[in-house]
Design a protein around this ligand. Sequence first.
Ligand code: ADP
Length: 360
Amino acid sequence: VRPSWNSRRGPRGGFVPPIRNNGGSGTTISRVTGKGDDSMEDSTRKWLCGPDGELPEKLRNLEPRLIEHVSNEIMDRDPNVRWDDIAGLEHAKKCVTEMVIWPLLRPDIFRGCRSPGRGLLLFGPPGTGKTMIGKAIAGEAKATFFYISASSLTSKWIGEGEKLVRALFGVASCRQPAVIFVDEIDSLLSQRKSDGEHESSRRLKTQFLIEMEGFNSGNEQILLIGATNRPQELDEAARRRLTKRLYIPLPSSEARAWIIRNLLEKDGLFMLSDEETSEICKLTEGYSGSDMKNLVKDASMGPLREALQRGVEITKLSKEDMRPVMLKDFENAMHEVRPSVSSSELGTYEEWNRQFGSLS
Ligand code: ADP
């Protein structure tokens, strides 16, 4: 039997485990220091070490593979979202700039009475730009951006969530200013379920709160942003730590128009008149930003489908065979893409905003 080309055999024909490929150029260095520091990518180490070439104190007792995971998977090296990419939400942008970006850029001015809160909650329906805001904050404040979904902590990292949380806050504190974005934060900081709550998720929550407490009291330039579609599940302890709570609502009619124009213009497909655009906006009341994106995607398929129906072969199809995207494409797409948020859900957000939101 011919071995498959990628099977490897050792000198005596014994099995040699496949080489791990991280896709990076860094080499893996191994060392035994007695501090649990047994293997870490060279590039990660370089990136985290101080000028003395030593790993910062905070990271020494953490497992290298978790530090690796935080550095490679949770840290987003290029968040690549600017304020201008986000439609509408002018009020939220203004508040975030003042509450978060300026203090991260000028910590010397924002101290004492002006010292900012370290926890921000973005709440509202799904697909309204909460994650985009988090990324834009990191970009505008020239901060390192860490993204983690809290539900992955409880599902994927069973039994290890606490350690990962320590690694996350540890790495963030070595890469300040830093923004830690915790999506679905309700699944981590939900109201205590007196009997149903697992011991492990209780420990995870406690660890998380301890870490938050740590940078709340110090001079660290770390901002925690929690995002949730279910703010009503957060308990009092979570609310207390997330001192600013901003409602991120569905996009206004103007914001929906902006999303349509922006997405189509990027591909040179925007040919709608003002009347057609406002007609689409009228018909899309209740659509989220993400619904609008899906709608534009589907509508932009209209001219293509039509050309294929006329008998043009997909392999021979040229730009000239396709008419511009029209109002009727949007009307057709609306049968496929429906608003994902119900009006009763909206009522819940508005109520919570009235009760706990920072700015009504
Ligand atoms: P959330 O975090 O609120 O669930 P996201 O920020 O992940 O939503 O948005 C999902 C996608 O929907 C974005 O990548 C973007 O394409 C689109 N989107 C949502 N809100 C907006 C907005 N305000 N402006 C522009 N695009 C938006």
